[in-house]
Design a protein around this ligand. Structure first.
Ligand code: ATP
Length: 241
């Protein structure tokens, strides 16, 4: 089943055309990654899907229904965005931040179960549940942002650079957690500069360059593409001369 369809999406900031006709599809249960350099338009794409930005042109469908351009409606429909930079509430405790993730929900029993599940996945957050979130380390804040995403109970999770600025061990944890999200039945759209790791866990991938999709396919095939290897995986060109 198709979870998300983005069709010919255009977004501009004044004169800057950040997205220039992006078309992509995410199927239920998939991990799809968008790789691209700094400024390629990755965050813009996620922000448009979750309603934070209004596209100049294009259509998006979530589970077959046209996406309405209001973030709260989009969250309620089941799209959950973990933005770059985490955006946690520094003056609230860890537990309050997690509970905020569930603010549009009314299923109290399930909310309590989900909180338990988040603490199961992130024991560090359980240890620190009463601590102010602003005092957490960068890695802990990323876990908190991901935990809060689980609390929304959305089906589609949009992850914007979850490994950015984290130590290698934490990067591994973050990618392990993404796989756990999948095991919990979530569909994932992952934006990453760490193309190597992203392609390793993804089913399919799109390459975004200057606001356009220039390549797409099975993550494995994209990872083996010589041009991708050279541009995003740090491989040297094998072309003679
Ligand atoms: P990064 O990894 O650096 O976040 P990105 O691939 O997510 O890069 P975007 O942040 O989506 O890229 O930016 C795409 C383009 O739009 C860039 O040229 C950027 O400078 C521009 N841009 C992004 N946000 C704004 C804004 N609020 N106002 C003006 N230009 C913007």
């Amino acid at each position: 089943m198709s979870m998300l369809n983005v069709n010919d999406l255009h977004v501009s900031y004044g004169g800057i055309r950040a997205l220039r006709g992006v078309t992509l599809e995410v199927m239920q249960g998939e991990i799809v990654t968008i790789i691209g350099a700094n400024g390629a338009g990755k965050s813009t794409l996620l922000n448009a899907i979750s309603g934070f930005l209004r596209p100049g042109q294009g259509e998006m469908h979530f589970k077959g229904e046209k996406i309405e351009m209001k973030p709260s409606r989009i969250v309620k429909a089941g799209i959950c965005h973990v933005p770059e930079g985490r955006l946690i509430f520094a003056n609230l405790t860890v537990e309050d931040n997690l509970k905020l993730g569930a603010y549009l929900r009314t299923d109290r029993k399930k909310i309590a179960q989900d909180l338990e599940r988040v603490y199961g996945l992130f024991p560090r957050l359980r240890e620190r549940m009463k601590q102010l979130s602003g005092t957490l380390s960068g890695g802990e804040q990323q876990m908190l942002a991901m935990g809060r995403a689980l609390m929304t109970d959305g089906d589609l999770v949009l992850l914007d650079e979850p490994s950015l600025g984290l130590a290698p061990l934490l990067v591994k944890t973050v990618f392990d957690i993404i796989l756990e999200f999948r095991d919990l039945g979530k569909t994932i759209l992952l934006v990453e500069q760490n193309a190597y790791k992203a392609l390793h866990i993804a089913d399919r991938a799109y390459v975004l360059e200057q606001g356009k999709i220039v390549k797409s396919g099975a993550a494995k095939a994209i990872a083996e593409d010589p041009a991708v290897k050279e541009a995003y995986l740090g491989a040297k060109s094998t072309t003679a001369g």
